[in-house]
Design a protein around this ligand. Sequence first.
Ligand code: DX5
Ligand code: ZN
Length: 213
Amino acid sequence: MLIAPSILSADFGHLANEVKAICDGGCDFVHVDVMDGHFVPNLTIGPVVVSSVAKVATKPLDVHLMVENNTFFVDLFAPLKPEFISFHIEEEKHPHRLIQKIRSLGIRPAVVLNPHTPPEAIEFLLEDLDMVLLMSVNPGFGGQKFIPSVVEKAKRLKSLIEKRNSECLIEVDGGVNSENVSILKEAGVDIVVAGSYVFNHPDGYQKAIESLK
Ligand code: DX5
Ligand code: ZN
């Protein structure tokens, strides 16, 4: 299992040290939650702060947009050269066009599905995508309870990916911990995002990441 700790649960007063610590602790990606206060009822960080994160991160950035104006935010974050930019399918009229734009910027495109959105909604995008992110909580906040129906959704998505001969990865975000990570692996999930589990772990970030792996 690949691990992407969400810096939403980090201590923002010591952000550089927090980012260094998860990278040294063996994470695979640094997950960055961008919230605009409109698509979700919370507001987080913009490119000024994320550029400081990018400077100290020794692992690639995984930028998760939870915003209304996706194209505007793709243009804001593209200069930071993240590995992935993911946008919510519920908030995009022209997802196919935006996927191609993200790829043309040299970034791997991904879409995000809220808990109610069926995987079939994106079947015809799968061959153009590098990753699908399945929300296992309602987006907006860290520390929420895992919604178990994501397991069935991951299985259905996995069969659609195989049917379309796509190389697309599956990522799950929200409420992930050492109890539910193995059932996600069995369902075909490649990457998990973990915020509060990693940053609140009593034995430190490295042990938390190891336990998820
Ligand atoms: C929620 C964010 C998640 C969140 C995960 O909108 O997308 O990345 O921070 O935090 P935990 O692991 O605490 O649910
Ligand atoms: Zn996220």
